[in-house]
Design a protein around this ligand. Structure first.
Ligand code: GLN
Length: 307
């Protein structure tokens, strides 16, 4: 396992000449300020080892990676009833697409596209004020990451609140089909703050460990049943990279979730949790070098769910 450190250092130096490639998300103005040359990798193994390289201790906006934690929390709250409001199929469309919602009566394809994650935020909000719901999500993330220092970046949340016209359209459209219990504005407040959680690669890799470990923390403490961890991983594999999910599975072979902040959280079941960060995105909104780094790591460490 010690060679994992060598491996990620190798990948870091191999990709170094390309740091800065891809396009930083600028539709959320606050994200456009991020240095595109940042690059970090962190690996946490289930038997207790930690490895990291590069900017793995810099906090970045986890954006859509938060949808994994939101889904975990909402399933804990509502169980399988949640699947009446959101599907489990890849959308084959972009992360913020609205087109399928019309023919599918306001029920989003899956919890990892924006429409699906907005429904999940609405489900988490049930019985709470937005502030409490946001607090719940943040507490959950802090708990699984074993780090109380994790916070929501208020400037990013505000920036998205001011410019998230697409997400407003998605929320209002679903509301018209009766698939949103709260005012669109309140639900989006939860969604935007969840996306604006800032974490380092090290914190993120730690937070994803329960998914690699059959639903348990390293301490043995159970977060979710094993079967649920498997199912969340199945959705990460099939839907975690939007319309590039098939290609990601082909190239990397691990369940993973990307975010427009340039992060990717990947899970090697029974082995490790991996977080990478490189802000430059490809045309699907997934980290360009992050994907390359994960492909190299999975290949060279021999990590694949298809063995
Ligand atoms: N907060 C972002 C949005 O709603 C999340 C998108 C993403 O990371 N793919 O547009």
């Amino acid at each position: 396992m010690l060679s994992i450190q060598r491996l990620i250092e190798d990948i870091h130096s191999q990709l170094k000449p390309e740091f800065g490639s891809g396009k930083v998300a600028d539709y959320i103005p606050e994200l456009a300020k991020v240095d595109p040359h940042k690059f970090g990798i962190a690996v946490e193994t289930i038997d207790g080892a930690s490895f990291f390289v590069g900017d793995a201790e810099d906090a970045f906006s986890i954006q859509s990676i938060s949808k994994v934690f939101g889904l975990t929390l909402a399933l804990g709250k509502h169980g399988d009833a949640l699947w009446r409001r959101v599907g489990r199929e890849p959308s084959g469309g972009s992360f913020n697409s609205i087109v399928q919602l019309e023919s599918e009566n306001g029920v989003p394809r899956n919890p990892f596209i924006n429409a699906g994650a907005i429904v999940i935020s609405d489900a988490i909000l049930a019985g709470h004020r937005p502030r409490e719901a946001i607090g719940q999500i943040l507490r959950f993330v802090r708990y699984v990451a074993e780090d109380e220092a994790i916070v929501v970046d208020a400037a990013v949340a505000r920036s998205e609140q001011r410019t998230g016209f697409r997400n407003m359209a998605l929320a209002n459209y679903m509301k018209s089909f009766g698939n949103l219990a709260h005012d669109a504005e309140l639900t989006l407040g939860v969604y935007f703050h969840q996306c604006a959680i800032a974490m380092t690669c090290r914190q993120l890799a730690k937070a994803g460990l329960f998914l690699a470990n059959g639903g348990r923390m390293r301490s043995g403490h159970s977060i979710i049943p094993r079967e649920r961890a498997r199912r969340i991983c199945a959705l990460m594999l099939t839907c975690g990279h939007y319309d590039a999910s098939g290609d990601f599975a082909f190239r990397v072979g691990l369940p993973a979730k990307s975010g427009v902040g340039g992060g990717i959280l990947a899970v090697a079941p029974g082995l490790a949790s991996i977080a990478v960060w490189s802000p430059g995105l490809d045309r699907h909104g997934n980290s360009q070098l992050g994907t390359r780094a994960l492909q190299a790591l999975a290949e060279r460490a021999g990590w694949s769910i298809f063995d």
